[in-house]
Design a protein around this ligand. Sequence first.
Ligand code: NAD
Ligand code: GLY
Length: 362
Amino acid sequence: MSKVIRVELGARSYDIHAGTDLLGSCGGVCRELQLGSRCLIVSDSNVAPLYGHVVRDSLAEAGFQPAIFIVPAGEESKDPLTLSLIYDEALARMLDRQSFIVALGGGVIGDLAGYAAASFLRGIRFVQVPTSLMAMVDSSVGGKTGINLPQGKNLVGAFHQPSVVLADLATLSTLPDREYISGLSEVMKYGVIQDAEFFAFLEKKAGKILARDPETLERVVARCCELKADVVGQDERESGLRAILNFGHTLAHAIEQVAGYGKFLHGEAVAVGMAYAAILSVSAAGLPGEAAERIINLLGKFGLPVSVKGLNWNAVRKAMQADKKNTGGAVRFVLACEIGRVEPGIEVKEDLLEEVWNVISQ
Ligand code: NAD
Ligand code: GLY
């Protein structure tokens, strides 16, 4: 059983499948897409031992010649050296322009293997098989791929859409609790920015979501993918609307940088960033106070952080200024006018920025 969501991008359109028993159908799906016979599965040292053989066997049974390349788990692998090792392996396995890459893992693998596919031989096709909640609801959809440089995150990359996304919810059963909960902040984000009804559903079903109830999860992942597909379909390259997906991210990126990458998981930093943006929104975007409370309460219900301690405001403020999404020198925020509707590009008065920081950093 799975739900299928279409990302409408003309010649680059593709389906997202969200359901169970999808790993074993990978070969059949790739055959239907008429992908070339050679393929390289890229996975990490946590995910490959759990699921690598299922995907490899499925591809082999469907007539492909799959090889698997395993990188150490963690953000450190999203780097130029690991990327060059993938190119080496692709050459050693004689991948050609009809060949494809399968990204089996969380967002690190999706971004890294996706960028390898975007750049190898000037671009080959790739398949996203996300196994973390973060990857299922966010990073595997929309075609942003890339790696980090010592100077900063995601500084090299490309928009390269996958040929298909296979989100097998059964893989979430092995995802560590902290990673799962971190992914819930991106889930919540979609409710805040685009869908009040979905937000209310999350409030009502928080217990089932935390228990990873399969039926509830299928609905949650599918709805997030629908909402993201809608935004990406309208603004693939982030010239406008796609910026709404950055709700909570302006402060989050600054927190991750100032605290040192790895201290907070991305979703945890986004949770604090959403609490901050919600409070800012009350004064700067007309969000009713009760709505901000609902956002902060749901973050808390999911066990996500809504405050942060021990970070220096001046350093955080400077890091927000340097965010690569700013234009014309001003820090701009995505703020909520109501639950389900946000406005991007809002400039906020300096004293309010610090005042609200003081609230969430006590
Ligand atoms: P991740 O890929 O590091 O995965 C988190 C951890 O969970 C890793 O240790 C991984 O090995 C493990 N894991 C994944 N699936 C598992 C499973 N089913 N069972 C057991 N362990 C499993 O991190 P992430 O949170 O998935 O993604 C974060 C990355 O995604 C960051 O690099 C971020 O920049 C990127 N990202 C990209 C986009 C985009 O649009 N391209 C959007 C959001 C985030
Ligand atoms: N994760 C934000 C985006 O895909 O645009």
